[in-house]
Design a protein around this ligand. Structure first.
Ligand code: ZN
Length: 237
């Protein structure tokens, strides 16, 4: 089984749907591999301002606004897989090792999948939007599913599934996520309503990130977020 070719073809298929110019570059990577057994061309595209930085946008590319978050995550994980396989000269990398290469998120803190929202620093009121939950789930869903497809050598089939846009496991995942958010005392809002805290009325509010606790039961403030320690000394809350 040629795992590198499977990964490149999967990337090509996704770009064929969304971004024709980068698709043609990946076609050259495939040609380089098939003709010369070389990963050199592909690696040359993974430098600065590269294939891995592409952001698929509904305004520019052939995808809907709803698909944006999912397609980008699948795209980014696939491009990481292609990069590491190319670096290893196209040889298969064990799934456990590949897992370590796939970041938990594509934010500044890639060692955590963060749930973003905003918070009042006076009373502790916290809120997330649907969009924030979608980002969180997209990281989790894309990473888990792409790893499984990588292990089975079915990345092209996985992209076919993504393009059909049928994420049947998505509603139960979202329901579970909502339960954890409720348990954490965070509200799910429908729209951002200015800087004023709806609970206490103060404007000491800011963007905020939470992470899942080690028991995966509820969300706790991310260590990178501003602490409320002046109010609750010694407590991470
Ligand atoms: Zn407040």
């Amino acid at each position: 089984m040629d795992i590198y070719l499977d990964a490149l073809q999967a990337l090509h298929k996704l770009l064929d749907h969304c971004d024709v110019s980068w698709r043609d570059s990946v076609a050259k990577s495939i040609e380089d591999w098939e003709k010369n057994r070389s990963t050199g061309y592909h690696l040359s595209m993974c430098g600065k301002e590269c294939l891995m930085d592409v952001i698929l946008e509904s305004r520019q590319h052939k995808l809907t606004e709803d698909q944006e978050v999912w397609f980008n995550r699948v795209y980014h994980y696939l491009s990481v897989i292609c990069y590491f396989l190319a670096r290893g000269k196209g040889a298969a990398i064990p799934a456990s090792e590949m897992k370590a290469h796939l970041p938990l998120s594509f934010s500044k803190n890639s060692s955590q999948n963060l749930l973003s929202g905003w918070r009042c620093f006076s009373c502790g009121y916290g809120e997330v939007l649907e969009m924030n939950m979608d980002f969180y789930l997209a990281n989790q869903w894309a990473r888990e599913n792409i790893l499984q497809a990588y292990e089975k050598g079915t990345l092209v089939g996985f992209v076919d599934f993504v393009l059909q846009d049928e994420r049947s496991d998505f509603p139960p995942l979202k329901e579970k996520l909502k339960q954890k958010i409720f348990k954490s005392g965070i509200l799910i809002g429908s729209d951002r309503h200015g800087d004023e805290c709806p609970r206490c009325g103060c404007i000491d509010t800011a963007a905020f990130d939470w992470e899942l606790d080690p028991q995966e039961v509820q969300f706790i403030p991310s260590l990178a977020s501003l602490p409320l320690s002046w109010r609750y000394p010694g407590k991470r809350r």
